[in-house]
Design a protein around this ligand. Structure first.
Ligand code: NDP
Length: 289
């Protein structure tokens, strides 16, 4: 079992990963475009590679934590001759298609590629209670699972290199819209003299209750059952109109709830006024308005 790794890319995530490997007793070689970001890790025992080539030849397993796949090409292309025989654990976020292209590019240079999508901020790195999605060759995943488990728990999604990126982007779709909605709520509360710490427990209560909605609606969506027996799109349009007007009256930017209102109006215009909000699943699936 490998007890040494290279980590390339020392943003907040890569630094946390390299730190977790050091804590687990691994020999860790690091490289970053901005070399100073490695200083603390080096002080804690990591080896600073002077070049990308040096970082690649130091270890079989190379963890990449870069902004995106374009950054991977920028870093690795000039050192591609040193990729032969490496196992690239690519934890950089990007689209499923870019992940597939990246895996093919790595194979062209004699390296094997596991795509990863990490589901925790840096504070959760090193904790088994968080998971990282992986996809790529199963034998590769299984062979290096213990090494991967130093970063977080693992959730292998399948052989297609795009799958881990897809599952990650699905989560991000939910994550960004949810967190942005919370920030909008805070701005609306603030404009009305209610502080973040006062309103956030209510936000947490609403978000905590969301899983009940998901449990209730999922089998209905899968059965194509969108009847308006519990709520109707016409009610949602009226409710969202109240949210938008409250926002406008408070002097807060209404663009976010307005976009949601417009989506429900589109559902109503398509003839689903009397149906459940779950009809939007089909409306979205038909593509742009
Ligand atoms: P950052 O974007 O802060 O840092 C990533 C690294 O990419 C840095 O080391 C940076 O180098 C390097 N980099 C970017 N562009 C280039 C380039 N053209 N050439 C060379 N190096 C480059 O990302 P994070 O550390 O926050 O995250 C890493 C990945 O993990 C991202 O894909 C992110 O989406 C994902 N992720 C992040 C989470 C988070 O909470 N931060 C949570 C889950 C996933 P330099 O230091 O020189 O700028």
């Amino acid at each position: 079992m490998s007890t040494s790794v290279t980590v390339i890319g020392l943003g907040p995530m890569g630094r946390a990963m390299a730190g977790a490997y050091l804590d687990a007793g691994y020999r860790v070689t690091v490289w970053n475009r901005t070399a100073s970001r490695a200083d603390e890790l080096v002080a804690n025992g990591a080896v600073r590679a002077a070049t990308v080539e040096e970082a690649l030849v130091a270890n079989e397993v190379v963890v990449l934590s870069l902004t995106d796949y374009a950054a991977m090409y920028a870093v690795l292309e000039p050192a591609a001759a040193a990729l032969e025989g490496r196992v690239l654990v690519n934890l950089s976020s990007d689209t499923p298609e870019r992940a597939r292209e990246g895996a093919a590019w790595a194979a062209k240079h004699g390296a094997r590629h596991l795509t990863g999508g990490v589901q925790t901020p840096p504070s959760g790195i090193g904790s088994p209670e968080f998971d990282t999605f992986y996809s790529g060759p199963r034998d590769l995943f299984e062979r290096y699972e213990d090494v991967l488990k130093v970063i977080t728990g693992t959730d292998y999604r399948g052989a297609d290199p795009g799958l881990a990126a897809l599952y990650y982007q699905l989560q991000m779709d939910l994550f960004w819209t949810t967190l942005t909605a919370w920030l909008h709520m805070l701005a609306l509360a603030d404009a009305n003299g209610i502080g973040a710490s006062e309103i956030t427990p209510y936000a947490a209560g609403t978000l905590g209750g969301m899983s009940q909605f998901l449990d209730f609606y999922t089998p209905r969506i899968e059965a194509g059952q969108h009847s308006g027996d519990v709520e109707r799109i016409s009610m949602a349009v009226a409710s969202l109109d109240h949210v938008v007007r409250t926002t406008r009256d408070s002097g807060v930017d209404p663009a976010l709830p307005d976009a949601v209102l417009e989506t429900f109006r589109r559902g109503a215009a398509e003839g689903y006024e009397e149906d459940s909000l779950t009809r939007l699943f089909e409306v979205f699936g038909r593509g742009a308005a």
